[in-house]
Design a protein around this ligand. Structure first.
Ligand SMILES: [Zn+2]
Length: 390
């Protein structure tokens, strides 16, 4: 009891400290998690080295940057499902962009926080750049496949529609889900499962997706901070431009580099808003990614190396994707030992006695990565190429 009193006095002294210091580190009022979708660790480090990411650099200066290594599939659905829950795919049922299901009710950090604090006392917001693989809330559906003339006609129409939609929507790197084929009364159907987020989104005060541009995502987050500033909150602010530019132009392109700078600029504008509202010293910020990018590639089939940048002074070790939500829940005061099923993530200030992360690239991806690496041995070429883009 006495120790607790001493702690409270110390916390009060801390929170009276200068604005800008991360006084809320022990018990933050708010947390904002920024998603830099598809941000490769090495490229981010190179940008930091060139002084191109001042927001992230400042955060790291106040707190820490650690390595996050990814186990399992390095894609969007697998990534954000793990980061928004703290579980392996065996628990969520979300293994990849093509193999997934709705995440069972109650497992997301949004639902856990709403339950812990009380839905009317706490605000959860997700503002998401992508329109597919993260954010979308489609129920399960059954699509008829190729059964006789009628089926062929339907399939042709669907294909035409999909092509038009693709042209219009153009989310780079997006592929329609494959789905399992079933047969009913001699007719074949493709079973498309419901989106991973179809349960969790109901718990939030605001769930918006498909905003595409960083500017739209950032501006919307700023508006919503104004609206919800009076209650404690958790915001998930997801930027899509890095991933999109990577798919269009490649990881070593100028566009990919510019998109990282754009993520940093908009992260900075949201942080500026927190400061102008007088909330920054009560808010922990985490910046992380769902997956990296294949070195010099236009995809992320083998991209297990990302990062976490934060003003959280307690973070003190490298970790894995599922450790990020564990850290967030622990910071908000949830007792992780009471969560069912047991969380797979461990907070990033707690000892990690797990065996090394199992990074197991798909055979094909591993071969491609090895091929790519071979001619660039010595590292000179790659470094030069990036230098030219400055
Ligand atoms: Zn992607």
């Amino acid at each position: 009891m006495l120790r607790r009193c001493v702690f409270l006095v110390a916390a009060a002294a801390l929170s009276a400290g200068p604005v800008g210091a991360v006084a809320g580190a022990d018990a933050p009022r708010n947390i904002v998690m920024f998603g830099w979708d598809g941000a490769q660790r090495e490229h981010v480090q190179q940008c930091l080295g060139r002084g191109e990411l001042p927001t992230l650099a400042k955060l790291i200066g106040e707190g820490k940057m650690v390595d996050i290594d990814i186990e399992g599939t390095t894609d969007t659905k697998a990534g954000w499902s793990q980061i928004l829950t703290g579980y392996y795919p065996e628990v969520t049922g979300v293994y990849s962009n093509g193999r997934y299901q709705p995440i069972p009710v109650g497992l997301s950090i949004f639902e856990r926080l709403e339950k812990h604090f009380g839905a009317d006392k706490f605000v959860t917001v997700a503002v998401i750049g992508k329109k597919g693989h993260v954010g979308e809330i489609n129920p399960p559906r059954k699509v008829r496949v190729n059964a006789g003339a009628a089926g062929r006609k339907q399939a042709a129409q669907a294909k035409k529609k999909a092509a038009q939609a693709k042209k219009k929507a153009a989310q780079p790197g997006f592929r329609n889900p494959r789905g399992k084929i079933i047969e009913e009364d001699g007719v074949k159907y493709r079973l498309i499962p419901g989106s991973p987020y179809v349960n969790m989104y109901k718990a939030l005060d605001v769930w918006e997706f498909g905003l595409m541009q960083d500017e739209k995502v950032g501006s919307r987050a700023i508006e919503l901070l104004d609206k919800y500033k009076d209650k404690p909150f958790f915001f998930f602010v997801h930027f899509a431009e890095v991933d999109h530019d990577g798919h269009k132009n490649g990881e070593n392109s100028e566009a990919y580099n510019d998109a990282l700078i754009s993520n940093d600029v908009w992260t900075g504008k949201v942080i500026e808003k927190l400061k102008s509202l007088g909330l920054y010293d009560k808010t922990l910020i985490y910046v992380t990614a769902d997956h990296g990018f294949n070195e010099d590639g236009k995809g992320h089939s083998f991209a297990p190396y990302v990062f976490l940048g934060t003003n959280d002074t307690k973070v003190n070790r490298n970790g894995r994707r599922q450790d990020v939500p564990a850290t967030i829940l622990a910071r908000f005061g949830l007792d992780l030992s009471k969560l069912e099923p047991r969380l797979d993530g461990i907070p990033l200030d707690k000892p990690d006695n797990r065996p090394p992360a199992k990074i197991a690239p798909r055979q094909k991806a591993a071969k491609q990565a090895a091929k790519k690496k071979a001619p660039a041995r010595g590292g000179g070429q790659r470094a030069n190429r990036k230098k030219k883009q400055q």
